[in-house]
Design a protein around this ligand. Structure first.
Ligand code: UD1
Length: 417
């Protein structure tokens, strides 16, 4: 239960080297079990969600070790197909193991997955898609038991472009007999990264990044070395931090197009933005106009994973904003904590009406990963000293968050409790 002690009001200046994307690395780790050959993932961030996923792989019999910040996975000796309940509950991405294990062993089981407490997060779309590929699924005592004599390619239509369901179908279909077509697929860049990795392993995936993906099954996959894409959500979090605090920063590793809506909103706030190749530079006076409306949407819309940080910005701006959360039911749980810092926010269902005002320091507690980041951002911009407690949530997704902020000039220290 570590905490940050933050003195607000410092400007941020400098360059941020963005880590590899959490939401890409996690499905890539699941994909590594598709082959008995060695897989190397380069520059893997030291975040606890990665640690949990490597524990799942080890538990199934894979040899997983860090070589510097590269991760080497050798699952030639893997034979387990049951993900322990304690690890399934630790992170949502454990659900990817269903598709991957079915591909490799034709059997898989896990408990209902956990992850951030941001809403119901059912997995009905994942299970319906697996059934289309010929998987029999039984749900017994909180566990999902899957088996298939043979995985058969099929047309799968997603009623909603679920990121996780799209990735699970890719994992299950790469070695199926025949071709699988996913209609209504999610278009997030992380889906393209998974498809690129699978193709490096010998798969035949076409159309990732569009809403129709075709996967032609191949008999087997082989090992690969792969550098995952950079984390657009981490980059967005730092850009929002600098916008709030004032200053000038540049992020390195993420292309502006993958954060199009965020950059548009930051320009509305009064920031100057220059994006070229994989660099994004932001200049801010720290005096921000509120956005009129911000609404989260599947990619390329405004990312739900930046909604809380965007609310923190608007809470300290000038004017009134309506934030609408369309992806998750209860993703405003951080709001009462933000209100301890003086924020004026009214939540009604999936919307929050934010009246901007100067925030002040307070003692607040993180309840989820992105909500926790939002509290840190608000504290960096607030007047006075804040304590942000329970950093375990932040550690799930941001590697060396404090180090990166301190190097930009923030006054923040981690206190180990
Ligand atoms: C992924 C990301 C998460 C991000 C989210 C939306 C990872 C590891 N996590 O989560 O950071 O916030 O995309 O961009 O990549 N749904 C169903 N049934 C299903 C699956 C999803 O109803 O079977 C609903 C969910 O409850 C939610 C919405 O669809 O309301 C979006 O979920 P989804 O796109 O699947 O998100 P995740 O893959 O869980």
């Amino acid at each position: 239960m570590d905490k940050y002690v933050i003195e607000g009001g410092r400007r941020l200046t400098g360059t941020v080297t963005v880590q590899s994307a959490k939401n890409s690395v996690l499905p890539l780790l699941a994909a590594s079990i598709l082959t008995g050959d060695e897989v190397v993932l380069r520059a893997v961030p030291a975040i606890t969600d990665v640690v949990s996923m490597t524990e799942i792989l080890r538990g199934l019999g894979a040899d997983v070790r860090f070589d510097g910040d590269d991760l080497r996975i050798d699952s030639s000796g893997a034979e387990g197909y049951a993900v322990p309940a304690s690890l399934s509950r630790e992170l949502r991405s454990s659900v990817f193991m269903l598709g991957a294990l079915l591909s490799r062993f034709r059997r898989a089981s896990c408990a209902y997955p956990g992850g951030c407490d941001i809403g119901l997060r059912p997995i009905d779309l994942h299970l319906a898609a697996l059934r289309r590929l010929g998987v029999e699924i039984e749900e017994r005592e909180g566990r999902i038991l899957c088996s298939a004599e043979k995985l058969r390619g099929a047309e799968v239509v997603l009623d909603f472009p679920s990121v996780g369901a799209t990735e699970n179908i890719l994992l299950a279909a790469v070695c199926a007999e025949g071709t699988t077509t996913v209609c209504g697929a999610a278009k997030e860049p992380e889906i393209c990264d998974l498809a690129r990795f699978l193709n490096e392993m010998g798969a035949k995936v076409r159309g990732a990044g569009s809403d129709v993906i075709a996967i032609e099954g191949v008999p087997r996959l082989h090992g690969a070395k792969f550098t995952p894409m950079k984390d657009r959500i981490e980059a967005g979090t730092f850009l929002l931090a600098a916008a709030i605090c004032g200053g000038e920063i540049e992020t390195e590793g993420v292309r502006g197009e993958t954060l199009g809506l965020l950059l548009h909103k930051l320009r509305e706030n009064g920031c100057k933005i220059h994006a070229k190749n994989d660099k994004i530079r932001l200049q801010s006076s720290g005096k921000l106009r509120c956005n009129r409306r911000v609404e989260t949407m599947p990619y390329p819309g405004f990312p739900t994973d930046l909604q809380a940080q965007e609310t923190a910005l608007n809470a300290g701006g000038e004017g009134v904003t309506l934030i609408v959360e369309n992806l998750f039911e209860t993703r405003f749980k951080y709001v009462p904590e933000l209100m301890k810092m003086g924020a004026d926010i009214e939540v009604r269902g999936r919307s929050a009406l934010v009246r901007g005002r100067r925030l002040h320091g307070a003692s607040v507690t993180c309840g989820d990963l992105r909500g926790g980041a939002a509290l840190v951002l608000a504290a960096l911009g607030a007047e006075g000293v804040s304590e942000v407690c329970d950093l375990s949530h932040i550690d799930r997704g941001y590697a060396d968050f404090e180090g990166k902020l301190v190097r930009l000039g923030a006054s923040l220290r981690r206190v180990r409790i």
